[in-house]
Design a protein around this ligand. Sequence first.
Ligand code: CP
Length: 317
Amino acid sequence: MKKFTNVADIGDLDKALAEAADIKRNRFAYTGLGRNKTLMMIFFNSSLRTRLSTQKAAMNLGMNVIVLDVNQGAWKLETERGVIMDGDKAEHLLEAIPVMGCYCDIIGVRSFAGLKDKKEDYEDRVIEQFIKYSGRPVFSMEAATRHPLQSFADLITIEEFKTKPRPKVVMTWAPHPRALPQAVPNSFAEWMNATDYDFVITHPRGYELDPMFVGNAKVEYDQRKALEGADFVYAKNWSAYADPNYGKVLSTDRSWTVDAEKMALTDNAFFMHCLPVRRNMIVTDEVIESDRSIVIPEAANREISAQTVIKRLLESL
Ligand code: CP
């Protein structure tokens, strides 16, 4: 595997899940693989889980790790070609990327959608430039349109907790005060559509996702109806995708918050969220603290998804 930005890059999901389970059983079995190899993690945006779990995964594989927060201590980077650089940006990404590639063997990049220009966001320009110009295997630590390490961890978690071969998985929009990218819901939908699960998406009108990611999922605008019989409830906020409202918050309607009454409609479902989560906006204290909440095992599996991906990238060197 030379890059990891979407579900197609991981190939056969059963094989990837078996490899992840093997790593989880003995996460130090491959410490020789990363010896004298360096992972560079480049963050254009904040992180807690991705930063810690990916670093830990690389250390489990015996790698050295360099972390760069682009907005803290590095030169401000220009990303557009043709710009006259007479402003506050001292360096162009087109020099910075190959320079970064000189100092490492594998690169992880986090670069969120700006939510101003849909075309620019959905071309995933920053990570695509890393793939093109770094000369190194590159993986996404959340790009503008997808968060595949999260989705892979979500899939691992569902496989661990499911009690029937074809569970009903419901991804529900939930309110949030700020405009968030569509990367997590896009990616979760992409990965769920690659399984044979019964996958349903529910959201208020106006929050339709890119049809490319919705795929064959059932879209149900009535949240209560969608939740009936669910085995897993995956809550997430996202901003509007459709024009002319791209990147806007259209609603903060707290009747969409996942509470105990909503969970009672399900088949004793597990509650999932990628975190960080706004309590009592997305989900009530009661639900996230309940014994059906699996947000912590879900976050723990971020180490496993990252280690599986980095292992495969190391094997490609
Ligand atoms: N879920 C997730 O990616 O968390 P962070 O933004 O903290 O990395």
